[in-house]
Design a protein around this ligand. Structure first.
Ligand SMILES: [Zn+2]
Length: 371
């Protein structure tokens, strides 16, 4: 039986709040280290792309955000609660493929991955490359080939798709001058609980820093989606869905505390947080991709120094702001999507865009915010 959040929230949140406040000494933050990059200066040594499965944009609005200290801290960076998932599909795996590859689902340049279940083995079509009979590059390719350590930490078994697509058998030869090998994901780990996943990601960060590598990690927290399927996507005090968001908040708090408490990480880690989809239509699910309940998600960028600003005002020439009920305006600049995440992560690391990507391929989402 799933343990309801209210039974242990006070203990863990007290720990998170205490740790963050005790260690967050902004004025003593370690200066950013800018490693050699091919196109621009790095704004971060380590980047975490965090997807919170089933997290609706309004869950981070008033009044709920007041009880979510870690999400609140992340919202100090540029963000929007009006980002969009893929325009044609609102389920988990295709949207995560979009985040990692910078491609939408449909189209000649789309990633084309439809199944939302455990993939078949690689030899039976269980790689992203088999869909189009071509290699589909990812943010892992670019980061790994540039010398960064890469990791993927997830709470659903279907994410084995990424390991099968980018291991030493299916991954591409190195893109860069140095031979980084074909295995594009150095650490691939699963977890049953958010707290465990957070600790694995923290360990990954420490290992990357200890080996003087930059790093890119993709984290997937599943609690809100599991709660939504079990008890609808209800935002109300003590709802199962809201309690699940609190569980993720506490896990995020552990990550933020680990960053704040470690002088070698403080000021050198950036986080991109978004979601694969919202939820609530039909009840207990999120498959109606034309419903705002399902397609409206947050998109947050944080590194401790970027300003708190509506992200659409930053990217005003490159992205158009859809109204709360619109998916996007035809022929206008696209909205901010979860698929912006991969190339934004590479932007922060000072690396070029994912080959073949179409979403944020110009790496202009953060506009003039970065040097
Ligand atoms: Zn789901």
């Amino acid at each position: 039986m799933k343990v309801r959040w209210k039974h242990f929230s006070s203990l863990l949140c007290a720990f998170c709040a205490l740790t963050i406040s005790a260690c967050d000494q902004g004025s003593n933050a370690t200066p950013l280290v800018q490693r050699p990059a091919s196109t621009r200066a790095a704004a971060a040594q380590h980047v975490l792309v965090i997807s919170v499965d089933g997290l609706r944009g309004d869950a981070l609005g008033a009044p709920w955000i007041e009880q979510l200290p870690a999400f609140s801290q992340l919202l100090v960076g540029p963000h929007t609660l009006q980002a969009r998932c893929d325009p044609d599909i609102s389920v988990t795996l295709p949207n995560h493929v979009g985040m990692a590859t910078g491609r939408l689902f449909i189209g000649e340049d789309g990633h084309g991955w439809l199944p939302n279940i455990d993939p078949p083995i690689a030899s039976k079509g269980g790689t992203l490359h088999a869909t189009h009979d071509r290699y589909t590059a990812s943010m892992f390719d670019v980061a790994h080939d540039a010398g960064a350590r890469t990791g993927l930490f997830s709470m659903k078994s279907k994410f084995i798709l990424f390991e099968q697509s980018y291991n030493d058998q299916a991954g591409a030869p190195s893109l860069g001058l140095r031979d980084a090998g074909r295995d594009k994901i150095d650490a691939f780990e699963s977890a049953l609980e958010s707290e465990d996943l957070a600790r694995k990601a923290i360990r990954f960060l420490h290992q990357a820093e200890a080996s003087q590598n930059s790093s890119l990690a993709f984290l997937h927290f599943a609690d809100p989606d599991i709660a939504g399927h079990g008890d609808v996507w209800e935002l109300s005090p003590n709802s199962f869905y809201l309690e699940a968001i609190h569980v993720v908040d506490c896990a995020l708090g552990e990550i933020l505390a680990a960053i704040a408490c470690d002088p070698s990480l403080r000021g050198r880690v950036a986080i991109i947080l978004t979601s694969d989809h919202g939820g609530g239509n039909p009840p207990y699910s999120h498959t109606v991709h034309t419903d705002p309940l399902n397609f409206t998600i947050p998109f947050v960028v944080w590194n401790g120094t970027l300003p708190s600003i509506e992200l659409y005002t930053v990217a005003s020439t490159a992205r158009s702001t859809p109204s709360a009920s619109e998916r996007a305006t035809p022929n206008a600049a696209p909205p901010i999507r979860n698929a912006d995440a991969g190339n934004t992560a590479l932007t922060l690391l000072g690396l070029p865009a994912i080959p073949g990507s179409t979403v944020n391929a110009r790496q202009d989402l953060l506009g003039e915010l970065l040097p």
